[in-house]
Write a protein that binds this ligand. Sequence first.
Ligand SMILES: [Cu+2]
Length: 137
Amino acid sequence: MNHRCRIPLFFTLLLCVAVTLSGCGKTPLTLTQTSDNGLFTITFHAPDTPGKGRNSATITVVDKEGAPVAGLTIAITPWMPTMKHGTMVVPKVRDTGGGNYTVDYALTMNGFWQLKMALAGNGAADTAILELHNVGK
Ligand SMILES: [Cu+2]
């Protein structure tokens, strides 16, 4: 190998190391919860451990038969039960079709949080609580 092609190779290797390192610290979180009256099964998936500050997640909703439920209005209220407070920022939920929804939410502290959910649409309504036990850890 001549000298001319060694430098691009070095930068390619450096880029590979950087990409590997940036992916290393992520710990995905998946929670599955049946709604309080059993109408829906909710799967919450976060690409990384939720923490203090802004977070995003995807939520998938299926009915009792396991069929995806699109078109729901989902309201989410973060709540810290041990300290009895919520957040100032209202989570944004977006229906991306096929029973999938994206959620952008913010938490003000590390620790134990609940995401209180109200789901309604197609003549059905139910509630659920997702528990995030280790926010920031
Ligand atoms: Cu708190």
